[in-house]
Design a binder for this molecule. Structure first.
Ligand SMILES: *Cc1c(COP(=O)(O)O)cnc(C)c1O
Length: 383
């Protein structure tokens, strides 16, 4: 057994990132400025989007995206139940209603048959989540959206870098929202990015992320002073500081290195667990896709294993292996049950998954010994 506990996640920050942040700290500008612009340009180029706007979190990006796309009180927005509460919470910031949609047992992603059933005249948008970094069926999502006049806002908190049909996530929908929270595939400590190909959405988000101020008055008038601005709307305070962007610029350069390392770990796990009958391996991408491998999520069959998922994660902890569960689906949380009257039996896939899924450590800093220790512990418990 391992002597030291292997955490579920550890960030990977090299000297290059530290130097980049220190350089900004010593510069005359620490809040949103040149580093944010550089980070935005590099990110937009990476995913192939016309615009990228850096903000303080993915939650902020989701809020701004919904606002810019006109979601308002009384509207309904389709949200998969297998997600973090932030996806649905952002809808409620605008006094709109998140309508929970079931998910598929195989991919953990949104079940479009259930989504279709939940569309009515109030439905204005759909928010696919690419769980673990496996792209949702975007062709199906866009088809449903076109037929019903819905906006598509992707929650891509797990999906950088991820490709669907040879295109990066972030390049195709009305808006796509990424997270740079400490545990995600790359980090700025806290932070998020919104990408869009729409000039109108980008302009609205740029204004609303900073108090609804318009600093571009000089574009209309040539007699303005440098201190002049106009408040055009009641906005928010969501702008990313340059300190965080400096970390982002340096992490972005390592994004593919990180992804390739996680993919290697996923291959090793796949091979190592292929003969364990009570475990199902995660779905893989189509040949022209790219999986970010943010998470490696297995499904335990409690009957075949003769133990519950909790018994398994506790046994792994006793063997000094950290695990996590992504997630307890939203329809099982007290808030969503109380406010929306959702019940376990209404979500066949989500409820089925909620007793089975668990995630193993998968991050670039894992050594070969770490990876083998995880495999050894899982095999010892389940075989
Ligand atoms: C982490 C996460 C978020 C929230 O990201 P923040 O940057 O912390 O706001 C939203 N959605 C999903 C699916 C996430 O995993």
């Amino acid at each position: 057994m391992r002597a030291e506990f292997l955490p579920f996640h550890r960030h990977d920050i090299s000297q290059a990132e530290i130097d980049s942040v220190v350089e900004t700290l010593k510069s005359p500008w620490i809040t949103s400025g040149p580093k944010v612009r550089e980070f935005e340009q590099n990110f937009a180029e990476y995913v192939g989007a016309k615009h990228a706007l850096a903000v303080t979190s993915c939650t902020a990006a989701l809020h701004l995206a919904l606002e810019a796309l006109g979601i308002k009180e009384g509207d309904e927005v389709l949200v998969p139940t297998m997600t973090f509460t932030a996806t649905a919470e952002a809808v409620m910031y605008l006094r709109a209603k998140p309508v929970l949609v079931d998910v598929r047992r195989d991919t953990l992603n949104i079940d479009l048959k259930d989504a279709e059933k939940k569309i009515n005249v109030r439905t204005k948008a759909i928010m696919p989540v690419h769980v673990a970094g496996l792209p949702a069926d975007l062709e199906g999502v866009h088809h449903l959206a076109r037929l019903n006049g819905l906006k598509v806002i992707e929650d891509a908190a797990h999906a950088f870098p991820t490709k669907y049909r040879a295109k990066f996530i972030g390049s195709v929908s009305d808006a796509t929202c990424f997270s740079f929270y400490a545990t995600k595939t790359m980090t700025t400590g806290e932070g998020g990015m919104l990408t869009t190909n729409s000039d109108a959405v980008a302009e609205r988000v740029r204004m609303m992320r900073q108090h609804g101020l318009n600093r571009d008055v000089w574009k209309r008038r040539d007699d303005v002073d440098s201190w002049y601005y106009e408040v055009l709307e009641s906005g928010f305070k969501y702008n990313m500081p340059d300190i965080n962007a400096a970390l982002g610029v340096a992490q972005l350069k390592r994004a593919e290195e990180f992804r390739a390392k996680r993919e290697n770990i996923s291959r090793f796990y796949r091979e190592a667990f292929s003969d364990i009958e009570c475990l199902s391996l995660p779905s893989d991408v189509e040949p022209d896709g790219l999986h970010s491998w943010h998470l490696f999520t297995l499904k335990l069959d409690p009957q075949k294993a003769g133990m519950s998922r909790s018994q398994l994660t506790r046994s792994l902890k006793e063997r000094n292996i950290g695990t996590s569960v992504h997630w307890i689906p939203l329809h099982l949380h007290p808030f969503y049950q109380r406010h929306f009257g959702v019940k376990p039996e209404d979500f066949d896939g989500g409820t089925w998954l909620s007793e089975r899924i668990f995630s193993l450590p998968i991050y670039p800093g894992m050594t070969e010994t770490d990876i083998k220790d995880v495999v050894g512990a899982v095999r010892q418990i389940l075989t």
